[in-house]
Ligand binder design. Structure first.
Ligand code: FEO
Length: 404
């Protein structure tokens, strides 16, 4: 790794010293089509401070960027805002190389880092309300439990008006620019929604609490600096308002139809159900065939939806494996306030629709009408039943959310 890699100025005394990962396409089950960044920040205060580190394979990139500003041995403090290994993976080696005076994390972070790296202590705990003097400036800490892990906290550098928000407000989006306002808004929105849906959705009630806690502090903010993707220096309320909206999980008239198929019967059923949904007033209607849609695409589409309809052929007395995969993933993400229905084709035993309905109920989806089961290939009567199912779900949706 060449030391030609440079730190990027955030403010006069704060530099980005993270790593760009253009290559990654898989992040614990989530497809990261645009790569990601692991953001780390160097504060040039009397006490030189490194905020977070990077995923282990990218440590040399981080060190090169630090070295472009100062000798890493000049770092006095390291802050670990979040112990997940995309931010802490290079922490032990960084500590060994830098020999900082002190390392700080939340109390949960201290325990989590020890459980990961077995360093035998040496990390000091801070908590909400604590302020760390860096000599000529100060860092304040706010714990943000479950945003994204129990150890998570954010750090606020008042003099520079920067909130180092770790996973919160992040995106898996590698870009040469550091700044969100230099990236097309539709890409920002897509990747912010994808990140929220796939990483943060299960913790939505706690996210609302964390947003309330931050709002109560009335922080004067000029820069929002997450640990992934671009930083915000304009219109910071945009991403915060989106988080508040997504955390509410209010249903909309959008309906999502997810299916896989063996011999196209479930595909024809899905298309007919989609027509029924549109006729009944659902809008938009998204059809996601699992042959060409990743589970994280499905999670992203249901973030702002009101209905989820799932179709599967019966295979060996159970669900088609791709359908089971996506349901397992969605169950963990705990999207609330959805209505839905099931459908599927079968040859002789036909368990899939019942399994789908059981699974949807377990996920908290309100089943609107009995699912449609078709033996082998749907005839016109079966397709009318599919259309009627779509219409019934749409009517329920409109009744629930109105015509807005
Ligand atoms: Fe980016 Fe929860 O780690």
């Amino acid at each position: 790794m060449s030391d030609a890699l440079q730190a990027v100025r955030v403010t006069d005394r704060v530099y980005w010293v993270g790593a760009r990962d253009w290559e990654i396409r898989e992040f614990h089950g989530y497809r990261t089509s645009r790569g990601t960044t692991y953001n780390a920040f160097l504060i040039l205060a009397d006490k030189v401070t490194l905020v977070d580190t990077v995923k282990a394979p990218h440590r040399r990139e981080m060190m090169a960027r630090i070295r472009s500003v100062l000798e890493p041995s000049k770092i006095d403090y390291i802050i670990s805002n979040h112990s997940e290994m995309d931010h802490s993976g290079s922490l032990p080696e960084t500590i060994a190389a830098v020999k900082p005076e002190k390392v700080f994390a939340s109390a949960n972070g201290v325990r989590a880092l020890e459980a990961h790296f077995h360093m035998g202590g040496g990390i000091e705990a801070v908590q909400t309300g604590d302020t760390l003097s860096l000599g000529n400036t100060n860092l304040a800490f706010v714990e943000t439990k479950m945003l994204h892990w129990p150890d998570s906290m954010v750090s606020y550098l008042a003099e520079e008006k920067i909130l180092f928000s770790q996973d919160a407000f992040g995106q898996h989006l590698a870009s040469q620019t550091l700044w969100a306002d230099e990236i097309p808004q539709e890409i920002l929105l897509e990747e912010a929604a994808r990140y929220y849906a796939n990483i943060l959705l299960p913790f939505s009630p706690l996210i609302t609490k964390a947003l309330d806690a931050l709002a109560k502090m009335n922080l004067d903010l000029a820069v929002l600096a997450p640990d992934h993707g671009p930083l915000y220096r304009k219109d910071l309320g945009w991403i915060m308002d989106l988080y508040r909206r997504w955390a509410e999980q209010k249903p909309t008239r959008k309906a999502v139809v997810v299916y896989d198929t063996m011999w196209e019967s479930d595909a024809v059923m899905a298309k007919t159900i989609a027509e029924g949904l549109a006729e009944g007033g659902a809008s938009p209607v998204k059809v996601l065939p699992l042959r060409s849609s990743h589970r994280s695409d499905v999670a992203t589409e249901i973030l702002d939806s009101g209905a989820l309809l799932v179709g599967s052929p019966t295979m060996n007395n159970t669900l088609f494996p791709t359908v089971a995969d996506v349901l397992c993933y969605l169950e963990g993400l705990k999207r609330k306030n959805l209505v839905g229905a099931a459908f599927g084709s079968y040859g002789w035993s036909g368990e899939a629709v019942q399994r789908l309905e059981e699974w949807l109920k377990k996920m908290g989806v309100t089943i609107v009408a009995e699912g449609v089961k078709v033996r082998y290939v749907p005839d016109s009567e079966a397709l009318e039943a599919c259309r009627a199912l779509g219409q019934a779900v749409a009517r329920k949706l409109v009744e629930t959310v109105g015509n807005e």
